[in-house]
Design a protein around this ligand. Sequence first.
Ligand code: APR
Length: 275
Amino acid sequence: MGAAPAFGALREHMAVHIPDDLIEAYRKAERVVVLTGAGVSAESGVPTFREAQTGLWAQYDPRELATPQAFARNPRLVWEWYAWRRSLIQKARPNLAHYALVDLEQATPHFLLVTQNIDGFHWLAGSRDMVELHGNIARTKCFDEGHIVGWWPETDDVPPRCPHCGGLLRPDVVWFGEGIPDHALRAAFDAAASCDLFVSIGTSAMVQPAAQLPLIAKRMGAKVLEINPQQTAISLVADWALQGTAVEVLPALVRALGFPTNAIDGAQQSSTNDE
Ligand code: APR
């Protein structure tokens, strides 16, 4: 028995059936929008948002931490929670689903990836036509002035202080009750309203406004594909609801479409080299 396959490679080769009419619809599609949620990073070992928090954080409900009120009430606790999540993400890396989405982007005339994830894995894997609806945990900004801060003096302050105004620093992510950056929101809604095919992957579709996007696409005449091991509200409106994980389904979709698999192959090659 060789080394354990990386990226769940064995699972990827499970016979995932891609319906013929889906292959036909994707090949005919000019404009494709993909919405991703925490499920796409699950196979990288990053817990999804609604899975129980582990260890020290098991006692906290994420929705009680990811708010401006929580930060105002206890900035150290919120800063340390995000530092813990950042440490999980830094130990993980994109999985084959992220790379399969890069291959889809390369092969699709007009493609937009809209992610709710803050881990930066899509960019790291090579996605470029994308918007981050909920920000990025690797970026830090001033709580008072809102601008991005790339450097701050090392002190014992937790959270650290903005070198410009002395205000508290916070992660550049969108908290519950906060607005999504206008440019990202507009790009996502415009794309959803004008696409031929909308693909929802690894999201529970419970959080607005992202959860509206597949419904807007459907209403405007697009076909909807969902990839998720569980049923969600999107399953009810989807033309295809493939019940499988992102790593099981996405590489199989790229191969069934006959698209080049450069990003997938590169990821598997580098994973083999790392062993
Ligand atoms: N492959 C595909 N989907 C998966 C996998 C997997 N390996 N594992 C889990 N899932 C699915 C789950 O079935 C669930 O539907 O991923 C989804 C994860 O749902 P959530 O944890 O609710 O994450 P998400 O939908 O991204 O949450 C949206 O809510 O809390 C806010 O800002 C936070 O961006 C987050 C947003």
